[in-house]
Design a protein around this ligand. Structure first.
Ligand SMILES: Nc1ncnc2c1ncn2[C@@H]1O[C@H](COP(=O)(O)OP(=O)(O)O)[C@@H](O)[C@H]1O
Ligand SMILES: [Mg+2]
Length: 230
């Protein structure tokens, strides 16, 4: 469904990602790696927020290597950045409504679904997004992405800075959304243990290179940790 060929990317003179090749089907693909490994850079590049230095991207059988970010969201790819992923001065409902600018289903239908997935957001509809807790803010960011009715969701460290209870709730909801919608997800995370519970396959990045790509089921924690420390 989404194919990444020999992707390289970086900032200015700094090359961060080198020669990554992988594909994603209808699954949860976890991108794991230590702080600084290149997870955020990878998701930014896939979302076209950052240009590719080399390589090619294909989505649904079509080249999208140079397709602009907004066009990709119209074509079913939703991106939740690690930071700055909500509009703090808008309410919860207004933030969610922005997601409905993409797609054609009635907004209220989509809102109802997101509020059912995240009852906490329903309780805080009129609250300013900037006054939400960290966990609620992440729920809102994911909720807004789901409002776009995406086929592929790019999620960058949704668990960062959250308490374990929030992480459990958030991950359960992500798994539930995936099941209900048959959605593919690329999930970048530092929280390996939790992520392994919902991932189908795992890609480990270290210093911008791919050190492992394997089925989550057959991957031991030991091998995973070894890949981390290369
Ligand atoms: N805007 C930027 N300009 C230059 N270097 C950056 C920028 N953002 C990230 N980097 C560098 O890219 C590398 C990978 O960072 P990042 O993709 O954020 O990793 P991760 O998300 O895995 O923690 C790091 O060495 C980081 O310092
Ligand atoms: Mg990151």
């Amino acid at each position: 469904m989404f194919d990444v060929q020999n992707l390289s990317s970086g900032y200015g003179d700094v090359q961060v990602l080198s020669d990554l090749t992988f594909g994603i089907g209808n699954e949860v693909l976890a991108v794991l790696g230590a702080n600084g490994a290149g997870k955020t850079t990878l998701l930014k590049t896939l979302a076209k927020v950052l240009p590719l230095r080399a390589g090619a991207l294909e989505w649904d059988g079509q080249q999208v290597t140079h397709t602009p970010a907004h066009e990709l969201s119209n074509r079913g790819i939703a991106y939740v950045p690690q930071e700055g992923n909500v509009f703090p001065n808008l309410s919860v409902a207004e933030n969610l409504s922005l997601g409905a600018l993409v797609g054609t289903r009635p907004k209220d239908e989509r809102l109802d679904e997101v509020y059912t997935l995240f009852p906490r957001l329903a309780e805080r509809k009129d609250q300013r997004a900037g006054s939400l807790s960290g966990g609620e803010g992440q729920m809102l960011a994911v909720g807004r992405a789901l409002m776009q009715d995406p086929k592929l969701l790019l999620l960058d460290e949704p668990s960062a800075g959250l308490s374990p209870l929030y992480v459990d709730t958030l991950f359960q909801t992500i798994a539930e959304a995936r099941e209900k919608r048959g959605l593919a997800i690329i999930l970048a995370e530092q929280n390996a243990k939790k992520t392994m519970e919902i991932a189908d396959r795992v890609l480990v990045l270290s210093l911008g290179r791919m050190h492992l790509l394997e089925e989550a089921k057959s991957l031991s924690m030991k091998r995973l940790m070894q890949a981390y420390h290369i």
